[in-house]
Each structure stands twice: as C-alpha cells, then as structure tokens.
Ligand binder design. Structure first.
Ligand code: GTP
Length: 350
C-alpha cells in the first residue's frame, strides 16, 4: 500500500529552528521526526511513500535517499510554490495508484493505521479522517459527525458555542482515487477548507474515526519539547538507542565518563562529550556531537547537534538549534529557542 506524507510547510511556528532544518527533519530521540511516521506506516504494511515537499527538500532527500535502507520505496515530489494540503496531493496524483494513506508530517500518533483502513473499507468511504477529542478545540478544525461516523460539517477554529463537537481533525486520512480526482489541479487547495467540505456535500461518504490514541502536533516549541517528555515517560514509544541505565539512553551505546551527574531521563546522541562535573537532566536530550564543559548544567532542554556549552554555564527549559555555543559561566534564559549558530555570551542572558 502507498502513503503520502505532507512535508512542504515552512514550519513558521518552530522558527528560528526551522530556518536551518525543515520541520520533518527536526531530531526527536534518535530519528528525524518523520522517521517515526515512516516507521509506523511501514509496520502497517506501507511499502511506498510519496514525500510531498516544498520547503528545504534537499535536507529530507539527503537523509532518506531512495528509502531502500528503511525498507521503503520513496518518491519526492517538490512544489515550486506551496500548493496547500490538497493541492500537494493533486500534484502527486500521477504516482498514486489506489487507496492511499495521507499524513501530515508533523503529527506523532499511536493511531492503529490498519484499524483506520478497516473502518474505511467497511463504510465504503471515499475519504476517512482520523479525529481526536480535545478539551479546547478553539485552535483546531472540528469535525461534526452522525453516530455512524459520517461527517456532517467542518468548523474551523470554532468560537465558543459554535459547535458541541470536540473531535478535531488529527491529520491522518485515507483517500480513494475518486477523492483525489475531485481536487482541482494547478492551484492552492486546502483539504480541510475546500476538498472535504465539497466531498461531504457531493457524496455524503466522508467518514471520521475518533480514537483516544496518543496524539501530538510537534509543530510548536512547547509541543516539540512535550513530545520528548512523553517518549521519555513511555507514553508513545521508547527512544532509539541503548538504555545504558534506568532512563538513560545513548545513541551509540557508550556510557558517559565517570564523574558526570546524570538525572534520568536523559538521551545522549553519538559523539557527545561531557566533562566530569557536568550535570545533565532530567528530561534532557543532547544530540550528536554536543560538548559540555566542566560543571556545565543542562536540564529539561533539547540541544541540537554540535552545540558547545562552556564551563559552569546553565541551560534550563530551552531549545538550542544547530551549532549554538554558550560561553563559560553564561546562563541561557528559560524558554529560549535559539537558532543555528547563535552565541550566548557570559554576561548576556539570551
Ligand atoms: P506552521 O507554519 O508552523 O503552521 O507549519 P506548517 O508550515 O507545517 O503548516 P501546517 O502545520 O498547517 O501544515 C500541516 C502539514 O501540512 C505539515 O506537515 C506541512 O508540512 C504540510 N503542508 C502545509 N502546507 C503545505 C503545502 O503547501 N505543500 C506541502 N507539500 N505540504 C504542506
């Protein structure tokens, strides 16, 4: 079976991190983010994936190549201008040969994809949508259904009282060729705002399946950090790598040097150097090639590859992008999200 992953967005909410790295490639405990999605699709029987790209596509292709290493056949379809979530699917239509999974490239979910397919087939649906109940749907697209799951209406970012429904569009779909044929070619089209409402009106065979599986949109700094926390806490899957002691994972399986104080949970990438006297954790990820000097302290933070942390520097509740350096004795202000190559000086508070 085929899948298409929408990975063309600019990821503006994750800036400045996404100036250097497209959102699908942000590191998440051992894999680029879409690696988690691809693995789940593969486990559900998908062997061919179309990556619908626009922003920084080369970074995605450089990592995944033709997909053979991952047991997949991958195609890259690159838009010159963003075509929107349905326009992007239409743009790849020539490669699509039947029923297809479509996934937003920024959703981490424990959804059982095979169950969704069974649901889709049992109802002879032409488009099936995974939905999930949330307490406050005001920032999402709400999906109203009848008791059989037939979709009646979409309400985008509802105002209070506009709908009683709490199920939001959770960003995984199954589409039939008929649904893709209905998308106009050659212009920007939104699947939520245009394609689904039109299909509901014309066919009455769009269905939604609400589940209570783990679900998070990793597209904001706070949710990106929460995804780390949830994986550390076992709410999704385990981090990739070897667990060298309770709650301490190392990408390359090598133990950190004696004299380093580790407070689980912690993830340590490949080629990370940590000087004795440093304190790391809890809920901290140090990605490949990071270096911590004597008595540096890093907690509840995510450091992207090749960050340098000076002696006695303190980092708490922060995300540091690629190649960030923090001087000796500097403190990074909690809540900071630093872009590639930024420098934090010792007198400055970032
Ligand atoms: P923000 O700018 O932070 O909202 O992120 P985003 O650009 O990723 O937008 P959004 O979260 O709404 O997109 C949902 C999914 O659709 C993401 O996986 C995007 O990569 C993808 N996407 C959004 N617009 C396009 C598009 O025009 N073309 C393609 N190929 N994918 C898109």
């Amino acid at each position: 079976m085929q899948a298409l992953i929408l990975v063309g967005g600019e990821g503006t909410r994750l800036r400045p991190l996404t100036y250097a790295v497209p959102k699908p490639m942000v590191p998440l405990l051992g894999r680029p983010f879409i690696g988690w999605i691809m693995e789940r699709l593969h486990a559900a029987g998908v062997d061919e994936i179309i990556l619908s790209c626009c922003y920084l596509p080369a970074a995605i292709e450089a990592h995944f190549g033709d997909g053979r290493k991952f047991g997949l056949k991958l195609h890259y379809v690159v838009e010159r201008e963003p075509l929107g979530t349905a326009g992007a699917i239409k743009n790849a239509a020539k490669l699509i040969n039947g029923t297809i999974y479509v996934c937003n490239g920024d959703i981490l979910t424990g959804l059982n994809l095979k169950d969704l397919l069974e649901f889709h087939k049992a109802r002879r649906s032409i488009a099936s949508i995974h939905t999930r109940a949330v307490d406050d749907p005001s920032q999402f697209g709400v999906v109203e259904t009848d008791p059989s799951g037939r979709v009646l209406r979409f309400v985008e970012k509802p105002a209070p009282g506009q709908t009683q429904a709490r199920d939001i569009n959770a960003g995984t779909y199954i589409l039939e060729p008929e649904a893709i044929a209905s998308i106009p070619a050659g212009r920007t089209v939104s699947i939520e705002r245009e394609t689904f409402p039109l299909l509901i009106e014309k066919t009455a065979s769009v269905y939604a399946r609400s589940t209570r599986d783990y679900w998070i949109d990793v597209g904001r700094p706070d949710t990106y950090v929460r995804a780390h926390r949830d994986i550390f806490d076992g709410k999704f899957e385990a981090p990739v790598g070897k667990q060298i002691s309770n709650g301490v994972w190392c990408r390359d399986g090598s133990a950190p040097p004696i004299g380093v104080h580790l407070e689980a949970p912690v993830y340590i990438g490949a080629g990370v150097s940590i000087a004795p006297g440093a304190r790391v954790g809890p809920y901290t990820a140090l990605y490949d090639g990071c270096a911590l000097n004597d008595s540096a302290t890093v907690s509840t933070s995510v450091l992207w590859p090749n960050c340098r942390v000076g002696a006695r520097a303190v980092i708490r509740d922060a995300i540091l992008g690629l190649d960030v350096s923090v001087a000796d004795d500097a403190t990074v202000a909690p809540g900071s999200v630093l872009g590639r190559g930024e420098k934090v000086e010792s007198s400055a508070v970032a």
